[in-house]
Design a protein around this ligand. Structure first.
Ligand SMILES: *Cc1c(COP(=O)(O)O)cnc(C)c1O
Length: 381
């Protein structure tokens, strides 16, 4: 919670000072490698231990793991340094989202994108239906609409690029409008990652991550995080975690931290493949539309309907026909994944039935291309 490196030194203040050095002074590639490590004391380990304990000897920094735990602190230090604030880790991205929503006063006005991440969109609609919030839905890439909607709002919830329509918000303009109107701004930065975008530096109050995705990067855990430069808000968010019981486990935090070490390399590699392959897909006879914002590791394509099927059937057939690409949900891992998003009943209706989301991994770009090209030709004929 405090941003201490690993919480492993008896002298917590020394840890805080050293961690500060990883925030702001160094490039993101360096921060990803170094933040959240134990102090450089002789004989100290380079990596934070996986501390498997629910309870700690009394009267120290740590008491009970639902409140704070050393391996979680190490992950929080890294995520905080990457996003230029104090990191608060949660058991999942949705737990992080709910912690933020739980701070809203009854009847608060929330402005949110028409195509927010499915789970967030469902949760916002739930809260609206039970009368807890008033929801104003806008297109994230329609700055005029966002600016008009923030008047009287408590919270502007942004996602950029959005999942899975890849809409890009004008973050500086939207954030400035919301702040002028007295609304807090949260940016879900899961798609862009801190390697490409730091919303707190653009004036946002809170950044959210599904750490499950690119930060952890290996499709082997579920975790979330919020980062804020506002200390009072950070404390409130830690209190939400404690009272909602949304603390992550030590092993998952360790694995996520290990994944973060290679974040910049993975994003660079996957993004290069995404650029090359989306360019080719734009010329592909089986593809009617390519959505790719020009950066990042996620794209979406729409597939032409086959001779005797709907666009949905054809898109499903493409997903089943690949051998390198894995047909599975989620994104941001080392392995390239694809899926038709509307196979999920909760997916927002603005997402076309035949839309296939592509999460680029780190395999050889030419193998990814050959595999996808063949699957598209087999499925659409
Ligand atoms: C996956 C995802 C979430 C939810 O995170 P979980 O870790 O699955 O709870 C939130 N926002 C975006 C953009 C996501 O892709």
């Amino acid at each position: 919670m405090t941003g201490a490196v690993g919480g492993l030194s008896a002298d917590d203040d020394a840890g805080d000072d050293r961690d500060g050095a990883w925030d702001g002074d160094w490039d993101v590639e360096t921060v990803a490698v170094h933040a959240g490590r134990p102090d450089r004391d002789p004989g100290a380990p380079l990596n934070p231990p996986i501390v498997a304990a629910s309870s700690f000897h009394a009267e120290g920094r740590y008491e009970y793991a639902r409140e704070e735990s050393p391996t979680t602190s190490a992950l929080e230090a890294a995520v905080g340094a990457l996003e230029h604030g104090t990191g608060v880790a949660f058991a999942s991205g949705m737990a992080a989202a709910n912690a933020m929503l739980d701070l809203l006063p009854p009847g608060a006005v929330v402005v949110a994108p028409s195509a927010a991440y499915t789970g967030v969109a469902s949760r916002l609609r739930e809260l609206e239906t039970r009368g807890s919030i008033v929801l104003r839905i806008v297109d994230a890439d329609d700055t005029t609409a966002v600016t008009a909607a923030v008047d009287g709002a408590s919270l502007l919830w942004l996602e950029s690029p959005t999942n899975p329509l890849l809409q890009v918000a004008d973050l500086p303009a939207c954030i400035a409008a919301a702040r002028a109107a007295g609304a807090r701004v949260l940016v879900d930065n899961t798609f862009a990652t801190p390697v490409r975008q730091n919303p707190l530096l653009l004036g946002a109050d809170v950044v959210m991550h599904s750490v499950t995705k690119s930060l952890a990067g290996h499709s082997d855990l579920v975790l979330g995080a919020l980062v804020t430069a506002d200390d009072t808000l950070a404390e409130s968010l830690v209190a939400r975690r404690v009272l909602m019981g949304a603390a992550p486990g030590a092993l998952d935090c360790y694995l996520a931290l290990r994944g973060i070490r290679t974040l910049a390399l993975r994003v660079d590699r996957a993004e290069a493949s995404a650029m090359t392959i989306t360019d080719r897909l734009r010329e592909h006879p089986s593809v009617t539309r390519v959505r790719y914002p020009g950066f990042g590791t996620i794209a979406a394509i729409e597939v032409a309907a086959g001779a005797d099927g709907s666009a949905a059937d054809t898109a499903d057939a493409v997903c089943r026909a690949t051998r390198v690409w894995t047909y599975a949900t989620s994104l941001g891992g080392v392995e390239s994944l694809l899926e038709r998003r509307r196979r999920w009943p909760a997916e927002v209706v603005a997402v076309p039935e035949g839309l296939v989301r592509l999460s680029f991994g780190i395999e050889a770009a030419e193998d990814l291309w050959r595999d996808l090209d063949r699957a598209l030709r087999v499925a659409v004929c």
